[in-house]
Design a protein around this ligand. Structure first.
Ligand SMILES: Nc1ncnc2c1ncn2[C@@H]1O[C@H](COP(=O)(O)OP(=O)(O)OP(=O)(O)O)[C@@H](O)[C@H]1O
Ligand SMILES: [Mg+2]
Length: 240
């Protein structure tokens, strides 16, 4: 049997802002139906790696392949059309718009109303609270609920890969647990996920594979459980 090719390959990315390189030869890979977690200290370049993959930054070296096709430097809205959705750090919602309007905004590239309706049903099945609160202004939802709106909006195009930057950041313990449960549920529902997380123990706990970035470079990689048990990873990144 021939193994399925990776859904995403980021190959030796060197990228940064202006003349300053932040990433140095960073390589990441995601296979279909995996959860891949990226951890590492503040400033390691995790968000920069995501911004480079989805096209907000163009790498100086290296390339990005999505489903076997090169998308290096392709703009974010075109990358999204190919099936790669991105949930940026900071659970950004349109506060004055209702939950439903926020979700509909996520489907802006979709013209077929039946597909939008089907996507909405899938989002409501995953996040029943969004169905209950569909008429509520998103800005009045709790932090955890707003993160669900942000994730739900990314799901409205039925992406083949969802990249989430710090989905649990700033949430209460109850919502942190809920968000991680939802990520696992999303994998069971057939989605493929890549996430950046401060909550390294939980991120490794749910990850099929994971990467540690440090100072803009690959430092460790392997199955989530293996990194979780690695004495050096524990000492350096998991608080002993
Ligand atoms: N728009 C920008 N312009 C210039 N430098 C930036 C910009 N965004 C990030 N940087 C710098 O790039 C480096 C990596 O930042 P990045 O946000 O990728 O780190 P991170 O690993 O996501 O950190 P955190 O865990 O704090 O979110 C930092 O030194 C940061 O100051
Ligand atoms: Mg970041």
């Amino acid at each position: 049997m021939i193994a399925a090719p990776p859904l995403l390959v980021a190959e030796a990315l060197t990228a940064g802002y202006g003349r300053i390189d932040i990433l140095h030869d960073v390589s990441l890979r995601v296979n279909v139906h995996e959860i891949v977690s990226i951890i590492g200290p503040n400033g390691a370049g995790k968000s920069t790696a995501f911004k480079t993959i989805v096209g907000f930054l163009t790498p100086r070296h290296g390339r990005v392949l999505f489903d076997g096709e090169e998308v290096t430097g392709v703009r974010p809205n075109l990358v999204l059309r190919r099936g790669l959705a991105y949930v940026p750090q900071g659970r950004i919602v349109f506060p004055q718009m209702t939950v439903l309007e926020n979700l509909e905004m996520g489907a802006y590239i979709e013209r077929d109303r039946a597909r939008v309706a089907a996507a909405l049903e899938r989002v409501y099945a995953l996040f029943p609270v969004l169905a209950e609160r569909r008429r509520q202004k998103a800005g009045t939802m709790s932090g955890g609920e707003q993160q669900m709106v942000a994730i739900g909006r990314a799901l409205m195009t039925t992406p083949r890969l969802i990249m989430l930057d710090e989905p649990s950041l700033g949430l209460s313990p109850k919502f942190v647990t809920l968000i991680f449960e939802k990520l696992v549920e999303m994998r069971s529902a057939g989605y493929t996920l890549m996430l950046v997380e401060q909550n390294a123990v939980r991120a490794l706990g749910i990850a099929d594979r994971a990467y540690v970035l440090e100072l803009g470079r690959n430092r460790f990689e392997g199955p989530g459980a293996q990194l979780l048990a690695d004495p050096e990873v524990k000492r350096l990144y998991l608080g002993g």
